[in-house]
Write a protein that binds this ligand. Structure first.
Ligand SMILES: Cc1ccc(Cc2cc(O)c(O)c(C(=O)NC/C=C/[C@H]3O[C@@H](n4cnc5c(N)ncnc54)[C@H](O)[C@@H]3O)c2)cc1
Ligand SMILES: [Mg+2]
Length: 214
C-alpha cells in the first residue's frame, strides 16, 4: 500500500540528515516541505519565532499539543536546559510512531516524552501521571477548535502560574478566532501577535503569545 506523507518525511530525514544533529533534521524536513511535499510543520519562519520565545522563557516544564511528526518538538527540545520536563501530546498512533523516530534521529529522545492520547483526556492527568504542578511554556498546534477548550482546561486544572507563557500557531490560517477573542479580551492574559506566514507559503499567518497574569 502507498506510504503516508509522515512516512515519506521520515525517509527524507533518514536520507538527508545527520544522526544526532537536530539542526540537520530541521533542515531536512524544511527542504522536504519546500521541494517535495508541503506538510503542516510550524516551519522555518514561525519556527524562528518559536525558538526565540522558548529561549526567552527558558522553561523548566513544557507542554506541546499536537506533535504531528515532531518537527516543532525537535525545535523546542534542542533549546532546553538539562533536567527540563518536556511532554508532547499526539492522538494519532501513526504520527506518534513517526514522531518518536524523528525525535530519536535528532538524538533528543531523552529530552521529551511523546504521550499518545487526546489533550482533553491527558491534560487533567498531568499532575498524577507526570508529577507536573504547573507549565512554564505551552505550544498549541493541534486542531484549532481545541485551543479554547484546552486553555480553559489548563485554568480549571490549575496548570498555569503567574508568568506561564502560551504560544499558539495558526491563529490566522487556518485560524482560531474564539481562542484569539478569549486571550485578547480576558484580564487574566497579556497577549501579543507575531505576524508571519503559513509555513512554506506567502499566505498570512502568525503566532499569538499569551502570558497568564494571575
Ligand atoms: C484551510 C486550511 C487547512 C490547512 C492549513 C494548513 C495547516 C497549517 C498548520 O500549521 C496547522 O497546524 C494545521 C492543522 O490543521 N494542524 C492540526 C494538527 C493536528 C495534529 O495534532 C494532532 N491532534 C489534533 N488534535 C489533538 C488533540 N486534541 N490531542 C492530541 N493530538 C491532537 C493530530 O493527530 C495531528 O497530528 C493546518 C491551512 C488552511
Ligand atoms: Mg500549525
Amino acid at each position: 500500500t502507498r506510504s503516508t506523507r509522515p512516512q515519506r518525511m521520515l525517509k527524507a530525514v533518514q536520507k538527508k540528515a545527520t544522526k544526532g544533529d537536530p539542526e540537520s533534521v530541521i533542515s531536512a524536513i524544511d527542504y522536504f516541505c519546500k521541494h517535495s511535499e508541503w506538510a503542516m510543520n510550524v516551519g522555518d519562519e514561525k519556527g524562528s519565532i518559536l525558538d526565540s520565545v522558548v529561549t526567552e522563557v527558558n522553561p523548566s516544564t513544557v507542554l506541546e499539543l499536537g506533535t504531528y511528526c515532531g518537527y516543532s518538538t525537535v525545535r523546542i527540545a534542542r533549546l532546553l536546559s538539562p533536567g527540563t520536563k518536556f511532554i508532547t501530546l499526539e492522538f494519532n498512533p501513526a504520527n506518534v510512531t513517526i514522531a518518536r523516530q524523528i525525535i530519536a534521529y535528532a538524538g533528543l529522545q531523552d529530552k521529551v516524552t511523546v504521550v499518545e492520547g487526546s489533550s482533553g483526556d491527558l491534560i487533567p492527568q498531568m499532575k498524577e501521571r507526570f508529577g507536573i504542578t504547573t507549565f512554564d511554556f505551552i505550544f498549541l498546534d493541534h486542531w484549532k477548535d481545541r485551543y479554547l477548550p484546552d486553555i480553559k482546561l489548563f485554568e480549571e486544572c490549575g496548570l498555569l502560574r503567574k508568568g506561564s507563557v502560551l504560544l499558539a500557531d495558526n491563529v490566522i490560517c487556518p485560524g482560531a478566532p474564539e481562542y484569539l477573542e478569549y486571550v485578547r479580551n480576558s484580564p487574566r492574559y497579556e497577549s501579543r501577535y507575531y505576524p508571519a506566514h503559513l509555513e512554506y507559503t506567502k499566505v498570512e499567518d502568525g503566532l499569538e503569545k499569551s502570558v497568564f497574569l494571575e
